[in-house]
Design a protein around this ligand. Structure first.
Ligand code: HEM
Ligand code: HEM
Length: 148
């Protein structure tokens, strides 16, 4: 893009940011598979929800009704979301914001993402996942062999 970047001003800007982010996230070698193979994300269905989320935070739109954590808890139970997945999500989000926008709302978009990612990550740590030691598929008890 030529010239000086402007700030996030309206819903179209938010949607452009969201679509650019998913352009990266869905093909990302570290987290892309979570969207495409595990969640089997329907992007066109998801874009209005996530746009409403950011519009609420950045533009005071009050178009998002909450409950953002629940789908992540469900993903965590399936694959075990790690802090590194959230770091990668944030790196892609920050790079996308910086590529397209500059200003107070752009800064808020980056700062709020960090807060939410931290909150999600620490809440998920309390929820069982397939990555836990001793996890057995299907919930069958694990037979202990050895010294005892
Ligand atoms: C303009 C001001 C703000 C708006 C409109 C806003 C909006 C939101 C929304 C809509 C959510 C998602 C809630 C859900 O889906 O359940 C959220 C989550 C969160 N916000 Fe904000 N926020 C604002 C300012 C802040 C500030 C100042 C902080 C901290 C200093 C903050 C920290 C968080 C955290 C930690 C979460 C994640 C909570 C969780 O699910 O564990 N927010 N915010
Ligand atoms: C490892 C990191 C993350 C992964 C893999 C991930 C993946 C997903 C997936 C697959 C969905 C569900 C889409 C659907 O089927 O409806 C979703 C929803 C959502 N995510 Fe994330 N996400 C991550 C981090 C974040 C962060 C850090 C935020 C906020 C800053 C966020 C905000 C949201 C919101 C607002 C929704 C929509 C929830 C709703 O339907 O109301 N996600 N995410």
């Amino acid at each position: 893009m030529n010239g000086v970047l402007h700030d996030i001003e309206n819903r179209d800007d938010v949607e452009r940011l969201v679509r650019a982010f998913y352009g990266r996230a869905l093909t990302d070698p570290i987290i892309g598979w979570i969207f495409t193979d595990v969640a089997k994300l329907d992007l066109e269905a998801h874009v209005p929800d996530i746009t409403a989320f950011w519009e609420t935070i950045l533009l005071g739109a009050q178009s998002y009704s909450g409950g953002a954590f629940a789908p992540h808890a469900s993903l965590h139970r399936q694959v075990g979301l790690q802090p590194g997945h959230f770091e990668r999500w944030l790196a892609l989000w920050t790079a996308t914001v910086d590529e397209l926008f500059a200003g107070e709302r752009a800064s808020l978009a980056k700062a709020h993402a960090v807060r939410v990612a931290r909150a999600f990550s620490s809440r998920l740590a309390a929820i069982p996942s397939p990555r836990d030691p001793g996890h057995s598929p299907g919930g069958l008890p694990i037979t202990q062999h050895g010294s005892r």
